[in-house]
Design a protein. Sequence first.
Length: 256
Amino acid sequence: MRQLLALAVAAAVALSAHASLHAAGGAPRPPAQDWSFGGLFGTFDRASAQRGFQVYKQVCAACHAMKQLSYRNLADIGLSDAEIRAIAAEVMVQDGPNDDGEMFERPGRPSDRFRSPFPNEKAARAANNGAYPVDLSLIIKARPYGADYLYALLTGYREEPPPGVPVMEGMHYNDWFPGHWIAMARPLYDDQVTYADGTPATTEQMARDVTTFLAWASEPELEQRRAMGVRVILFLLVLAGMTYAVKRKVWADLKH
């Protein structure tokens, strides 16, 4: 009992400290966006998620890993088997050992996890001036305000900080990052990618698309879970109706 009480107190202290640190960072709550996957009956916009994968692949994947995803998972956002095989084959994956006991490289397969841009954390920090690019697999669930925060972050960079705010060398000002100064330079610019479906690649559109893709990656079972919840609610409603009908029938018979 004492151990449980101690754990509860420690958890409360940790949550309080996290909230205080976030509040102390000075970043206000981001504006709420209208997401297709929001609400009880929300679903992922497959076209947007596919465009978002393209943004991740061409822009974000140079620094950020997504170790929790395999290439075959892309079938869930509507990519065909041939497309997935082609995407996986673009990367080289270390495998082995072979019959001679040596490791070797081969083209990626759909069953492989997304290739990380760096072999380890030290290599990642060395390539990014000491900053460690976070894994994006669960980024939407890991950040306060989720998709709204990420969209605001991606569109919230300023060329110069507000008047009176001292410049931090090697950092970049962002309206929505806690503390406002972030090591990651602005990643998205207008027309940075060319969408196959002809959608204009504005900064805001790319931010929305990659956020949709990362929201799906963070919770790919969202739609199935909501569908199950709706079925359970409908079942309970029917069961409640049948129970009420049986009750009325029983009491009616007793009165006679």
